[in-house]
Design a protein around this ligand. Structure first.
Ligand code: NAP
Length: 320
C-alpha cells in the first residue's frame, strides 16, 4: 500500500521523505568526544594531577583481540591517557591471572583496567571479572557495576551501551516513551543496554556529559524469541546485537524506525585485500531507505565503544 502525506497543500508520496534518512556517523562523534576528553585530561594535568592511566590485560594471541587492544592503546595516546599493556601467555593459569588482577586492584598508579575478552577456555571469565575492583572496572562488567546500574546508583557502564547512548543523545534521538527492541541478551551489550533504556535517565553517570537515554519501553529478544519480525515491526528503535550478519531485513522494519547495528562479524570476502570484510547484523542496503536513522558497519557503534572506554577511564580517574 502506498503512503502519502500533505505538505503545504500538496499531496506527496511518503517515499519522497526517505531522503531524510540519516546515517549516524560514529566515527565523527567519537572524534568529537576524543577532542573533549583530550581537553579534560590536559586540564587535569595542568591542575597538577597525573594523567589518567588504563591497564589492558591480554591473554594469548587472538588476532581480533590484538587488533582491539592496539586500537584502544592508540585511542588512549590520542587523548593523553597512559595505557599500560600487560600481555600474558595463553598458558597462564586462572590463579596467575587472578593474582595479576589483584596487583592491578592495588596499584595506585592505575585508575582503571580491563581484561580483554575472550579468555582461553581453561579460565573462567566470570571468576576473573568478579575479582576486579568495581571502581577500576572500566569495562563495566563486574557484578557490582551491573547491580549498581540496575539500582540507578552511580556506576561505570559497559562501553558499548554507553557509546550507543552517547550516539543517540548527540543526534537528539529521544528514547523517552519510545518502544525500543533490543535483539541480544549478552552481559556485555544486550542486558546493560536494556537497563539503561528502561532507567530513569537522571541517575546515570552523574557529573558526566553522558547518556540521557532512558524512560523507554524495552523489549529484549534472543534466539528463542518467537515472532521476532512482528515484535520489530512495533519498534520505534531497534538495537541489534546478535552477531548474525543480515539478521534484520527490510520486512522487519517499519518506516521511520531508528536502527542501531552493533554486530561485527568477519565474513570471508576474497575480493578484499584482507580476504574478509566486517558485516553487521542489518541488511543495510535494504533496511536503510526505510529508516529515520541508522548506523553503518563499520563506522557506527564500533568507534563509540572505544571512545566510551576512554570516558570510563576518565570517570574512574575522577572517582565519580
Ligand atoms: P553474544 O554474547 O554471542 O550474544 C548474542 C545474542 O544475540 C544472544 O543473546 C543470542 O541469543 C542473540 N541472537 C543470536 N542470534 C539470534 C537470532 N537469530 N535471533 C535473535 N537473537 C539472536 O554476542 P555479543 O557479545 O552481545 O555481541 C553481539 C555482536 O555485537 C557480535 O557481532 C559482536 O562482535 C558485536 N559487538 C560489537 C561491538 C562494537 O563495538 N560494535 C561491541 C561488542 C560486541 P541467545 O542468548 O538465545 O543465544
Amino acid at each position: 500500500m502506498k503512503k502519502y502525506c500533505i505538505v503545504a497543500n500538496f499531496v506527496v508520496p511518503l517515499h519522497v521523505f526517505y531522503w531524510i534518512m540519516v546515517v549516524l556517523d560514529g566515527k565523527y562523534i567519537a572524534a568529537q568526544i576524543r577532542a573533549e576528553l583530550k581537553k579534560e585530561v590536559a586540564d587535569m594535568v595542568a591542575d597538577g594531577h597525573r594523567a589518567p592511566s588504563l591497564g589492558i590485560v591480554i591473554v594469548g594471541h587472538n588476532p581480533a583481540s590484538e587488533t582491539y587492544v592496539a586500537n584502544k592503546m592508540k585511542a588512549c595516546a590520542e587523548v593523553g591517557i597512559e595505557a599500560r599493556k600487560i600481555a600474558l601467555e595463553e598458558s597462564v593459569t586462572e590463579a596467575e591471572l587472578l593474582s595479576c588482577v589483584a596487583n592491578l586492584n592495588n596499584d595506585s598508579s592505575i585508575d582503571g583496567f580491563i581484561v580483554q575478552l575472550p579468555l582461553p577456555p581453561h579460565i573462567s571469565e566470570q571468576n576473573i571479572l568478579s575479582a576486579i575492583d568495581y571502581r577500576k572496572d572500566v569495562d563495566g562488567l563486574t557484578p557490582e557495576n551491573v547491580g549498581r546500574t540496575v539500582q540507578g546508583l552511580p556506576s561505570i557502564v559497559s562501553a558499548t551501551p554507553r557509546g550507543i547512548s552517547e550516539l543517540l543523545c548527540r543526534y537528539n534521538i529521544p528514547t523517552e516513551g519510545r518502544h525500543v527492541v533490543v535483539i541480544g541478551r549478552s552481559n556485555i551489550v544486550g542486558k546493560p543496554m536494556a537497563i539503561l533504556l528502561m532507567q530513569r535517565p537522571y541517575l546515570l553517570v552523574p557529573k558526566m556529559s553522558v547518556a540521557a537515554v532512558g524512560n523507554a519501553t524495552v523489549t529484549i529478544c534472543h534466539s528463542k524469541t518467537r515472532n521476532l519480525k512482528d515484535i520489530c515491526l512495533t519498534a520505534d528503535i531497534i538495537i541489534v546485537a546478535a552477531g548474525s550478519p543480515g539478521l534484520l531485513t527490510a520486512d522487519m522494519v517499519r518506516e521511520g524506525t531508528t536502527v542501531i547495528d552493533v554486530g561485527i562479524t568477519r565474513v570471508d570476502d576474497p575480493a578484499t585485500p584482507k580476504g574478509y570484510r566486517l558485516a553487521g547484523d542489518v541488511d543495510f542496503e535494504n533496511v536503510a531507505p526505510k529508516c529515520a536513522y541508522i548506523t553503518p558497519v563499520p563506522g557506527g557503534v564500533g568507534p563509540m565503544t572505544i571512545v566510551s572506554l576512554l570516558s570510563n577511564t576518565l570517570q574512574a580517574a575522577k572517582k565519580i
